[in-house]
Design a protein around this ligand. Structure first.
Ligand code: SF4
Length: 445
């Protein structure tokens, strides 16, 4: 748990020698509590201080890294509610396959998983993991499918089988993939976690109830097993929601480290609405990995979009780089459209311009990631502001056409813009990006 500045000060030498750059140990302690400095800046910090402060600096939900390069991060969460700061590691989304499916269907699904990508505000998102489940009794087929899934998709796997021997063989077969061995219970944990450790995988532990899960997690943690996720013992959606909240609260508010681990959930059934509701609950409430029972591009698109919303830092507007963007190969005579550098606004406007087929320029001044009206109200999207930005990028020497279109929502800045950009003719565009196509047909064809 986070320590206060006064508690931290008691762990410091209290000589006020100033070598850390602060005037007093207390001032340094206050900065440490606010995470503005590192303890290493004090050359006299004792081993005890390093141990206590190091443990306090660990996030209450332990980070677990998956994938061959550890690029898929789970956990590291520090708050119960997104609005308190932000959630850190987006819920990993996996799609399940099993060895009882026909080969042609398996291959088609693996190709679809590998190829799936959805563009959201300029970034591509896809399936994070492939879950490989053994449903039949052919361990060999399960191991072969794990190998094939790793070869085909190069994504970390969730390995699930009730046969510990099959799990061991599959884990070794995909050594180095940074996967997860799921369904590890108290009976098989001592045999399976060393296999996971030696093969570079994490384990997903399970138990019949939360108390038993806590006991298993504590035992493994004491034995040195760190890379774990929790498979919560819940039957219904409501129960799962409750247990996930209890576990997260215990970790965050009461320092229960054995419960401070990412959660793993396997979704069952084939009703798209039920799956969407359950996956939504997981993404909103503490899911570390959610395994969908089948490849469904519509469900994936919805869940990835939702995840993007939940895991975006609410205190940082998503922004694009200010600049002059070409739309459909513009020339020097093409018109210039203006919008703000709030990502959503930028992508809406640029998308509508592209759809219209008009060759144009999109001028995007620095507006601190605010939308049009907010930026205008904050004085970041005035005529003078736009003119200054145009001057800074030497717009006059790049565009000879001298026609500039401003959003209809800020029609009131047209006079000021004409004054500050002499020689330019200012047109007032529509209020909504969706109306750009009609506006372009009227004014530019
Ligand atoms: Fe205190 Fe260490 Fe800073 Fe010296 S260097 S003032 S002992 S915190």
């Amino acid at each position: 748990m986070a320590l206060s500045g006064l508690k931290i000060q008691k762990l410091l030498p209290r000589t006020n020698c100033k070598e850390c750059g602060s005037n007093t140990c207390l001032a340094f302690a206050m900065k440490l509590a606010a995470k503005k400095v590192e303890l290493s800046a004090c050359p006299y910090a004792s081993d005890e201080a390093k141990r206590v402060l190091g443990a306090a600096a660990e996030p209450p939900v332990r980070g677990v890294k998956l994938g061959p390069d550890g690029g898929l991060r789970l956990g590291e969460e520090t708050v119960l509610y997104r609005h308190e700061r932000s959630f850190v590691s987006p819920t990993a989304i996996a799609v399940d396959i099993d060895e009882t499916l026909p080969t042609s269907q398996l291959e088609a699904t693996l190709t679809a998983i590998g190829d799936y990508a959805i563009d959201r505000v300029g970034d591509d998102y896809g399936v994070d993991m492939v879950s490989v489940t053994q449903r039949g009794d052919r361990a060999e087929a399960f191991v072969d499918l794990a190998k094939r899934a790793w070869e085909a998709c190069r994504k970390p796997l969730v390995l699930r089988s009730s046969d510990p021997q099959a799990l061991t063989r599959a884990a070794i077969a995909v050594k180095g993939s940074g996967s997860l061995i799921a369904g590890v219970d108290a009976e098989h944990a001592d045999a399976l976690w060393p296999v996971a450790q030696q093969s570079g995988h994490a384990i997903g532990i399970t138990a019949p109830d939360l108390d038993s899960l806590l006991a298993l997690s504590t035992r493994l943690r004491d034995a040195g097993c760190k890379d774990m996720v929790l498979e919560l013992p819940a039957l219904s959606l409501a129960e799962r929601f409750q247990l996930a909240s209890i576990a997260r609260r215990a970790a965050l508010k009461h320092g229960a480290k054995p419960l401070g681990l990412p959660h793993l959930a396997f979704l069952e059934g084939d009703d798209p609405l039920d799956l969407a509701v359950t996956a939504t609950t997981e993404i909103c409430k503490y899911g570390g990995i959610v395994v969908l029972p089948c490849f469904d591009p519509a469900l994936l698109a919805a869940m990835l979009t939702l995840r993007l919303n939940i895991y975006t830092d609410p205190q940082k507007p998503i922004q694009v780089e200010p600049g002059l963007y070409p739309i459909v190969e513009p020339g020097p005579d093409s018109p210039v459209f203006v919008t703000t550098n709030f990502s959503l606004t930028y992508f809406l406007v640029s998308g509508e311009l592209e759809n219209s087929g008009l060759s144009a320029w999109l001028l995007v001044p620095e507006c601190e990631g605010m939308s049009v009206l907010t930026a205008w109200a904050a004085g970041k999207f005035s005529g003078a502001h736009i003119a200054r930005f145009a001057q800074s990028i030497e717009l006059d020497s790049r565009v000879a056409g001298r026609r500039i279109v401003i959003p209809g929502l800020v029609a009131q800045i047209s006079g000021e813009l004409e004054e500050t950009m002499p020689g330019w003719s200012v047109l007032v565009g529509p209020q909504q990006a969706a109306d750009l196509e009609g506006f372009i047909k009227t004014k530019f064809s």
